[in-house]
Design a protein around this ligand. Sequence first.
Ligand code: KG4
Ligand code: ZN
Length: 312
Amino acid sequence: MRGKEILASVVSSQDHVHSCYGGIVPELASRHHMENILAIIDQTLAQAQVQLDQLDGVAVTCGPGLVGSLLVGVSVAKALAMAKNLPLIGVNHLEGHLLAVLLEQEVAFPFLCLLVSGGHTSLYLAHDWGEYQRLGATRDDAAGEAFDKGAKMLGLGYPGGRVIDRLAQQGDALAVRFPRAHLKTGKYDFSFSGLKTALRQFLSTPERGGYRDEDIVASYQEAIVDMLVANVLRAADDLKTERIVISGGVSANSRLRQRMTEAGLQNDIHVFLPSLRLCTDNAAMIAFAGSWRLASGQRASLQLNASATLPL
Ligand code: KG4
Ligand code: ZN
């Protein structure tokens, strides 16, 4: 990255490896990371037309996530940093998502951030660089998991979010009335397990035969989006927020983007949405989060370790 320009961001998708299992198999994920990582680094440097010696530092995701996969990245980053005598920066994956949109748009602090991915669904108040206050989080499944598990129940493949998004565009979101969780405690918390159970029960009823998959997924997606939007708007109202950032893989969802854009216009709040390539996991967002930490003088030692549960 020069300034905020993305010179190259290569994503090596493993969807084809995991799709037949209906979810990520950790052992396969780390094995494929190991097989691909060096070629991906070469490809990225070639695309960017940059030599290793020209880098200012090496940023690497050190958590949270699947520890086997994280360890592959952390080990390679340490080796590069040591071989080329470069500063090493450990980046929290969630910070990468949270800041991704700042790569493309100017967003002033403070802002409210909904982080919705396959592993996380949380609401943060970002006070400044590196100062993030968690206002709420999911009590059970993440929103992306609700998409993936829903798609799996319907036999639609993995990852399910994108498939449901596409199919729902031809469906009627009012066809099936799925429940929305209203939690009595934890004002900004989320819960998707009841919705998932409702889908499973609905699919086992004879009634199911009368509905097209398109209508079922549109209704299911609407329930997820309703819960997300309601929580964000409640927090925005309580905190008198002027800016809302939506981030993480589920922020690629076209219905969520549409509903948040409309809500922003109605409530006079600026809603920031990353472009699709910065919503799902990507290297550019980690480089960006690493670059501000590098500029502020932060360095990780060669003792840097991966942590499956690293908090933000
Ligand atoms: O951020 P991400 O790439 O990886 C994690 O950090 O988890 O998010 C992946 C999640 C998956 O659950 C995937 O189904 C979901 O994001 N996703 C979507 C869409 N694209 C990806 N969910 C709904 N609609 C989409 N268009
Ligand atoms: Zn992610």
